[in-house]
Design a protein around this ligand. Structure first.
Ligand SMILES: [Zn+2]
Length: 99
């Protein structure tokens, strides 16, 4: 009899504990996009806000994210270096006429 399997400690597999009462800085960074979009569950949202109360680093991170998002919105659509089709068509028409 060679009984070298892992020992059983009697715990049920369904009895796992979730320690999400506190949000770590890394979790916060992962959640921050959903936080801005208001996509967080109310329970998660309250944990995030509790974390913000006691974590200056994440408050600064949120402020930087807000500034970045605001400047992105101000930029709007990227400028196109190419002239519109109507200008190209007019130039081609002139060339064709002169040739
Ligand atoms: Zn933090």
């Amino acid at each position: 009899m060679n009984n070298s399997g892992p020992p059983h400690d009697g715990h049920s597999a369904s009895e796992f504990s979730v320690t999400e009462d506190e949000v770590t800085c890394q979790q916060f960074v992962e959640l921050v996009t959903d936080y801005f979009e208001g996509a967080l569950q109310p329970r998660t949202m309250s944990h995030v806000e509790e974390h913000l109360v006691m974590c200056d680093w994440c408050v600064t991170y949120v402020e930087q994210m807000q500034a970045t998002m605001a400047s992105l919105r101000e930029l709007g659509e990227p400028r196109s270096p190419e002239p519109p089709d109507s200008v190209l068509a007019a130039l081609q028409a002139k060339r064709a006429a002169g040739a």
